[in-house]
Design a protein around this ligand. Structure first.
Ligand code: ZN
Length: 558
C-alpha cells in the first residue's frame, strides 16, 4: 500500500498534537476511507520485545515505514504491563490472554518449585517440565504452564475454522501469544526456525531458513545509518571496549551476529509473509490470528543499550520490516486489524546514562545475587547446608526461594534473615514475603498509580512465586558485570521505564485518535474480542474493552 502521509506532514501533525494536547488527526485519505463492516478477517498481533514507551517516544518522529499508519490509527502511548516482574514471558502472556501473571501463571521467565521434582533447578515458563527430556536450558517447548486461553483459542472455540499462528525468534513469545491450541508455531533455534515436537516443516519455512542460512554462511555488510541517528552515534566506554557506534555487519558463519540484529526481525517478518501465503491467512471461512513477536529490539537492547547508533539503526530497519508486512497484506486485499505492543520496556546501560544526565544509574551490588545472599543468610543464622544454596533465585531481583531441605523452623529463620539483609541494603527499594503478597488484594484502578506492593501482587501466584520478592531501587541495573555486545542493559523492574509500552491499533478506515491516559496490555484481548463479536464468559479478562471508534460509536457495544 502507498504511504498515507509524507514524513513532514506526519511530524508536523505530531508536534502540533504534542503542544495542544489533542490527538494527531488522521490524514484525510485515511479518514475518508469507508470503514469495513463486520469483524476483520485477520488479526495481526505484533509484539516488539523491549519496545518501551520511551523508545517509541524517542523514535516515532522518524518513522517512515510501517509505523506511519499505526501512528495514524489509535495510539495509547501509555500502555502498561502493570505487573512488577517485567520479563519476556510474563509480558507476552498478558498480550492476548487479557490476564495478568497473578492469574495466568506466568510469573517470570524462570521460577523454582524447591519442594517439587525439579528441586533447586529452575523451571522455564515455556517448557513441559513433566517430560524427563526437558530442562530450563534445553526445554521441551510447550504452553503447559499458561493457565488461561489466548485470543486465538477463544476464536477457535467459537469457530474451529480459525487458524491461530505465531512466529518469533523466541519460543516463549510464540507459546504465550499462541497458547495451547495453535495451528502453526515457529521460533528460532541454532540458526533456523523450528517448531513443536512431532510437527514438520513446510516449503514457506524452508525458504526463509535457506535464505537465513545463506546470509549467515556468507556474512553480510554493515547496515545503513539514517542521518537522524547522528546524535546517537558516539562511543561509550563499557569494560574494555566501547559501544554506541555499531552497524551490524555479519562475519561469515557468525549466527549470533545475525540473531542480535535487525536481520532477525526481517527474517521473522519474511516467515510471517510466507505463512500468510501458504496458509491463506485472512482468506479462510473464519477470522484468523497471526502473532508476530519481533525479538531484535530486545537482543540489541541487552547487547548495546537502547540509545546508541545500534538501536537507532534497528528502529529504522524494524519500521521498514513492518512496512513490508503491511504492504504484502494490502496487496492481497485482506481486511486485517493490527495491534502492536510490547512485552515490557527497558532501561539504557548505566555507562551511557552516566554521560546523559543520570550519573546515579549504577550496576547492582554482587552482594544481592542469590549466591551471595545465600552465604550472608548462612552467616546470620548459623544454618549450614551440605548440599546446595540456602537462597535460590534467577538473579539479583524478583523471586527468591528458601531451600526446602530446611525444616519449617529453619525456613522461618532463614526467611527473616534474608528480609532483614535485603532491607538494610541501599540498592533495595522494597521487599515482600510471599505470605504478605498472598494476603494483598489484587490491584485495580490506574496502573501508573499502583504501589510497589500492588505491582508485586500482580506478578504473584501462590506455589510458583518466591518466598521473598526483591524490588531494586530506580535505575539499578541487575547485571553486576556487563558483557559488552551481549548483556549490558536489561529490564525486569517494577518501574515505569520497564512497565510502560505503547499500544497501537490500526484497521483500514479507522478514525484515529491518541489517548494518553494509562491503559493496560490486558485490555487488548477484550478489545479485540468485542470487535470480533466473540462471546467470552464474564470474568475471563482482567482488562477492559477499549472503545476504538474515536467518535460517537462504540466498538465495545457488540
Ligand atoms: Zn529481554
Amino acid at each position: 500500500m502507498r504511504r498515507l502521509v509524507t514524513p513532514i506532514v506526519l511530524a508536523l501533525s505530531l508536534s502540533l498534537a504534542a503542544c495542544a494536547g489533542t490527538p494527531a488527526k488522521a490524514p484525510a485519505s485515511v479518514a475518508e476511507t469507508p470503514a469495513p463492516q463486520g469483524p476483520p478477517r485477520l488479526i495481526v498481533a505484533v509484539s516488539i520485545d523491549q519496545f518501551s514507551a520511551d523508545t517509541f517516544a524517542q523514535y516515532r518522529q522518524h518513522y517512515s515505514g510501517g509505523f506511519v499508519r499505526l501512528i495514524n490509527g489509535v495510539v495509547f502511548p501509555s500502555g502498561f504491563q502493570s505487573h512488577a516482574a517485567t520479563e519476556t514471558c510474563p509480558g507476552h502472556s498478558t498480550l492476548l490472554t487479557g490476564a495478568r501473571p497473578a492469574r495466568n501463571g506466568i510469573i517470570a521467565n524462570n521460577w523454582y518449585e524447591p519442594g517439587g521434582p525439579r528441586g533447586v533447578k529452575p523451571i522455564y515458563c515455556a517448557e513441559d517440565d513433566r517430560d524427563p527430556a526437558s530442562s530450563a536450558k534445553n526445554p521441551v517447548v510447550s504452553p503447559y504452564h499458561l493457565k488461561v486461553p489466548t485470543l486465538g483459542e477463544w476464536m477457535k472455540s467459537a469457530n474451529p475454522a480459525t487458524r491461530n499462528v505465531a512466529v518469533s525468534a523466541k519460543d516463549r513469545a510464540v507459546m504465550m501469544m499462541g497458547g495451547h491450541n495453535i495451528d502453526a508455531a515457529w521460533w528460532w533455534k541454532g540458526g533456523a526456525f523450528v517448531t513443536l515436537n512431532g510437527r514438520t516443516t513446510t516449503p514457506a519455512v524452508d525458504k526463509v531458513n535457506a535464505a537465513a542460512a545463506a546470509t549467515i554462511k556468507s556474512g553480510a555488510p554493515a547496515l545503513p545509518i539514517p542521518a537522524w541517528c547522528a546524535a546517537n552515534d558516539h562511543p561509550v566506554a563499557v569494560g574494555k571496549t566501547t559501544l554506541g557506534t555499531g552497524r551490524f555487519p555479519i562475519e561469515a558463519g557468525k549466527e549470533p551476529q545475525f540473531r542480535v540484529s535487525p536481520r532477525m526481525d526481517a527474517a521473522t517478518v519474511d516467515l510471517a509473509i510466507g505463512l500468510i501465503d501458504e496458509m491463506g491467512l485472512g482468506r479462510g471461512p473464519a477470522p484468523d490470528v497471526l502473532s508476530v513477536s519481533l525479538s531484535a529490539t530486545d537482543y540489541v537492547g541487552h547487547a548495546t543499550g537502547v540509545a546508541g547508533a545500534e538501536m537507532c539503526i534497528l528502529q529504522n530497519q524494524l519500521d521498514q520490516s513492518l512496512g513490508k508486512l503491511f504492504a504484502h497484506l494490502d496487496s492481497l486485499g485482506i481486511d486485517y486489524m493490527v495491534v502492536l505492543s510490547a512485552d515490557h520496556g527497558g532501561l539504557d546501560m548505566p555507562e551511557r546514562m552516566d554521560e546523559q544526565a543520570f550519573p546515579r544509574a549504577e550496576r547492582v551490588d554482587p552482594a544481592l545475587t542469590p549466591e551471595a545472599l545465600s552465604k550472608a543468610v548462612g552467616i546470620k543464622t548459623g544454618i549450614v547446608l551440605l548440599d546446595g544454596q540456602l537462597v535460590i533465585g534467577d538473579g539479583p531481583m524478583g523471586d527468591l526461594y528458601i531451600n526446602r531441605a530446611l525444616d519449617p523452623a529453619q525456613r522461618a529463620r532463614a526467611t527473616a534473615a534474608l528480609v532483614s539483609i535485603l532491607k538494610a541494603h541501599p540498592q533495595v527499594a522494597a521487599v515482600y514475603t510471599g505470605e504478605e503478597l498472598e494476603k494483598t488484594p489484587l490491584p485495580t484502578g490506574n496502573p501508573q498509580d499502583w504501589s510497589f506492593k500492588d505491582r508485586a501482587r500482580a506478578s504473584y501466584q501462590k506455589g510458583r512465586s518466591g518466598d521473598v520478592i526483591l524490588l531494586l531501587e530506580r535505575t539499578v541495573t541487575p547485571i553486576p558485570n556487563p558483557i559488552p555486545g551481549a548483556y549490558v542493559a536489561t529490564h525486569g523492574s517494577a518501574y515505569d521505564y520497564d512497565r510502560r509500552v505503547p499500544i497501537l491499533f490500526w484497521r483500514k478506515g479507522m478514525n484515529g485518535f491518541e489517548q494518553p491516559q494509562p491503559v493496560e496490555t490486558v485490555d487488548i484481548a477484550p478489545t479485540l474480542a468485542a470487535i470480533l463479536g466473540l462471546k467470552v464468559p464474564e470474568g475471563s479478562f482482567d482488562g477492559r474493552c477499549l472503545d476504538l471508534d474515536g467518535g460517537a460509536g462504540n466498538t465495545c457495544d457488540k
